[in-house]
Design a protein around this ligand. Structure first.
Ligand SMILES: [Zn+2]
Length: 268
């Protein structure tokens, strides 16, 4: 006799969770994948120590524009738009790193969508490597969403990571950006001190996690490999396990920022 009320309660709880899930996704309308750079990684063993030494690989660099009822959020800003004017792209100082090209500027892609830089409410960046923050200052009015640990991380020659006058919300962990569960910043440190990823719940596509550089390409994800230049190896592994747990819990797909094969399949 007692099992039935319990079962009923579980079913009602599950239905409640479904209803909440549907309501949560309501504010988020669309996601656009923007081309924020294309490059050739000189030696991918830089990202997978001891594996594929000396092998080069094409990389992409994505930005993602989210349209929410409460405003626009841009996730990452790519390599600087100025690279689009360089016929030979931007060569890295270290030939093992990535030679970046910019087939299209970020500004022109926003213009094509009818979005003005001043329309962007939030700019959230996964971390402060140049291929992710190259165009932050196209949006001087947008609220930056960045982990405090990243913001305070001294840059080269002790320079600040962002212009001090840029509006900023310094985060200390996860953040439900619009308060409805549709867009959630996830603290995933390790690649850099305040690295973050983004959980997005789209009405049709479903749940996604935008990786940032928590992982760079599929083989590294499958084998949980940690790039040699990450600031903290153990944190990186813990963040990958955290993401794996969220993927399972939310039935979400991982979109790996720099993975060209995956990006090409998504665009197609
Ligand atoms: Zn990076």
């Amino acid at each position: 006799m007692q099992r039935f009320p319990l079962l009923t309660a579980v079913i009602i709880a599950a239905l409640g969770a479904l209803a909440t899930g549907a309501a949560q996704a309501a504010g988020l309308e669309r996601l656009y994948i923007l081309n924020c750079g294309e490059g050739i990684a000189g030696d991918i063993s830089r990202w997978s120590p001891g594996v594929n030494i000396g092998q080069s690989m094409p990389f992409v660099d994505n930005c993602y524009l989210l349209k929410h009822a409460q405003g626009w959020l841009l996730w990452d800003t790519g390599v600087p738009d100025a690279i689009a004017a360089m016929p030979d792209g931007q060569k890295p100082a270290d030939p093992k790193a990535t030679h970046w090209y910019r087939p299209k500027t970020l500004a022109s892609q926003l213009e094509a969508l009818g979005v003005k830089p001043a329309d962007i409410t939030f700019v959230a960046v996964s971390h402060t490597h140049e291929d992710h923050i190259g165009n932050v200052e196209l949006f001087p009015l947008a609220m930056l969403l960045v982990q405090k640990a990243e913001y305070d991380w001294p840059g080269p020659n002790n320079t600040p990571r962002f212009r001090p006058e840029h509006p900023v919300t310094k985060l200390d962990g996860d953040k439900d950006v619009f308060g409805d569960g549709s867009v959630t910043i996830l603290a995933t440190p390790g690649h850099t001190p305040g690295h973050q990823s983004l959980l997005v719940k789209l009405p049709k596509t479903g749940a996604l996690v935008l990786s940032g550089d928590a992982v760079h390409f599929q083989a590294n994800w499958d084998n949980r490999r940690v790039p040699s230049n990450n600031v903290d190896q153990e944190q990186t592994k813990a963040s990958m396990e955290r993401i794996a747990g969220i993927l399972a819990q939310e039935k979400a797909t991982l979109w790996i920022n720099h993975d060209k094969a995956q990006r090409d399949s998504l665009i197609a």
